[in-house]
Design a protein around this ligand. Structure first.
Ligand code: ADP
Ligand code: MG
Length: 356
């Protein structure tokens, strides 16, 4: 068993930065788990604390049935792949892959056999005698993975493993990584600041902010039902529209119009309460003609994104301040800047937040 259980995990660096703040998290055995969040939110610190490269200031780390909070890295049975791969430049690919086995005092012949077998699994056999400087970024990344795999760890920790690859290679490496993880079935924690990568790869995602976890869920859950405005603004290729609104009985006053309060929060809201109305640009339909229960305003920007355009409208806000709303419009139906337009939320796609 190699589930990972973190309880009230806290890391305060000597300079006083609280990088992890009483964080609770359970990662299941065999899960491909993404840690997602903006730069500086504590993702690397969390991985390093699981690996034992940093010691927790408080709280605990369990791997399977083992309490490992105070164990050195070598006794935790985890392998970490770093953002810059950290390959040894003077060693061949074979020796790089075999390095962890050398540390474990495995004999030369046995570790070279193991390195060759692992290289074979990752399509690196032809490169065994090269040095890292003679490899492409994608090949270096595979060597780093092979080095991590060679010891059959119980847990893989990957810190932004795709961030040094260019866009095309990155997509290729993404697919490769997902297939490899499926085949090996090893519990894997994958750090990224790229929400698209997390949505595409992970079984579940934890969204972090300021050393805390703001939401844990499947890609569908965090995309469809972000738990708060932070997650709502972070997940999605275009950020969710978040518009100030006020509760009036069973209706919301949003940008000068009244919309029905979404069913799932009906009865939970207080009359007169100030809330935030959320809807994704993909879940709004644009109309050049007036339609009921629609927000209306003036088109300001039309961004052509290929098969669709992202259209920004200025809609009236409260206190006369205009609010910008974005809507996805299919190819060929784009309005022009200056047009007046109407946008209708699709049924069941509206969200209400009270943390705005
Ligand atoms: P992320 O990987 O999400 O970008 P990090 O875990 O690297 O975030 O950093 C979290 C916070 O801890 C940041 O404020 C960062 O400046 C700080 N930090 C990271 N490493 C150290 C360190 N060795 N000493 C002091 N502060 C650090
Ligand atoms: Mg980092």
């Amino acid at each position: 068993m190699s589930a990972i259980t973190l309880r009230e995990l806290t890391k305060v660096y000597p300079n006083g930065v609280r990088a992890l703040d009483a964080l609770d998290l359970e990662i299941a055995d065999g899960e491909f788990f993404a840690l997602l969040g903006p730069s500086g939110c504590g993702k690397t610190t969390l991985l390093r604390t699981i690996a034992g490269l940093e010691l927790a200031s408080a709280g605990s780390v369990r791997i399977g049935e083992r309490a490992v909070t105070n164990l050195p890295p070598g006794q935790r049975d985890v392998a970490m792949v770093f953002q810059d791969y950290a390959l040894f430049p003077h060693m061949t690919v074979r020796d790089n892959i075999a390095y962890p086995l050398r540390i474990k005092k495995v004999g030369k012949a046995a570790r070279h056999d193991k390195a060759a077998a692992t290289a074979d699994e990752l399509g690196l056999s032809a490169l065994l005698d090269r040095r890292p400087g003679q490899l492409s970024g994608g090949q270096q990344q595979r060597v780093a993975l092979a080095r991590a795999m060679a010891c059959h760890p119980q847990v893989f920790l990957l810190d932004e493993p795709l961030s040094n690859l260019d866009a095309r290679l990155r997509l290729e490496a993404r697919t490769f990584l997902k297939r490899l993880q499926r085949e090996l079935g090893v519990t894997t924690v994958f750090v990224t600041h790229d929400q698209a990568e997390a949505l595409a790869l992970a079984d579940r995602i934890a969204v972090m902010e300021g050393g805390r976890i703001r939401q844990v869920g499947t890609p569908t859950e965090v995309f469809r039902r972000p738990a708060n405005t932070f997650v709502a603004g972070f997940i999605g290729s275009t950020p969710m529209n978040l518009v100030p609104a006020r509760v009036h009985g069973d209706e919301l006053a949003v940008a000068g119009v009244r919309l029905p309060v979404p069913e799932d929060v009906r009865g939970e809201l207080t009359d007169g309460e100030q809330v935030v109305y959320g809807v994704r640009p993909e879940y709004l339909d644009y109309s050049p003609e007036p339609v009921p229960e629609a927000l209306t305003g003036q088109v300001v920007v039309v961004e052509n994104l290929g098969s669709f355009s992202l259209v920004s409208l200025d809609v009236p806000g409260e206190d006369d301040a205009a609010t910008s709303v974005q809507v996805v419009v299919p190819e060929g139906r784009e309005p022009d800047p200056g047009d007046t337009g109407w946008v209708v939320p699709r049924p069941g796609r509206s969200l209400v937040y009270r943390d705005g």
